[in-house]
Ligand binder design. Structure first.
Ligand SMILES: [Zn+2]
Length: 144
């Protein structure tokens, strides 16, 4: 079925409401580690031993570097898991928001007051809008 502008806008409003209803969220992902350690005399190397852990840690990227956080208790771990899940919901909603908004952008009619030069990328004669921008303090100078 073809989407009209009104139904797309309604969907976007629903996504924004869902984003507004999100709880505490944090970036990253939680992975578990454990198993056998490096000490061959340790119990974990005996047959049938479940090994160590599992230990959980949260990793996330901060300015390109991976930051790791460990949890002292199971309660802490579960709290963090909920926050990370919420973050993933946020990411999903954000992707949906962009997708719906892009459709809206395509369907939204061009305002009749816009000049054809602006539609071609604004390389035409200087318009009243450009004058406003320059008055607002744009430092860029336009060569004629
Ligand atoms: Zn061990």
């Amino acid at each position: 079925m073809p989407d009209c502008l009104a139904s797309l806008e309604a969907r976007r409003a629903g996504i924004l409401r869902a984003i507004g209803g999100l709880g505490d969220l944090r970036a990253g992902s939680i992975t578990s580690t454990g198993g056998r350690c490096g000490n061959p005399g340790c119990h974990c190397h005996r047959p049938g031993d479940p090994g160590h852990g599992p230990y959980y840690r949260l990793t996330r990227k901060v300015k390109g570097k991976t930051v790791t956080e460990t949890f002292a208790t199971e309660v802490e771990r579960r709290k963090a898991q909920g926050e990370v899940d919420e973050y993933h919901r946020f990411q999903q909603l954000a992707r949906q928001l962009v997708a719906v908004s892009e459709q809206i952008c395509r369907l939204r009619p061009v305002q009749p007051s816009w000049s054809p030069e602006e539609k071609d990328g604004g390389r035409g004669p200087v318009t009243s809008l450009d004058h406003q921008c320059m008055r607002a303090g744009a430092s860029e100078r336009r060569s004629k």
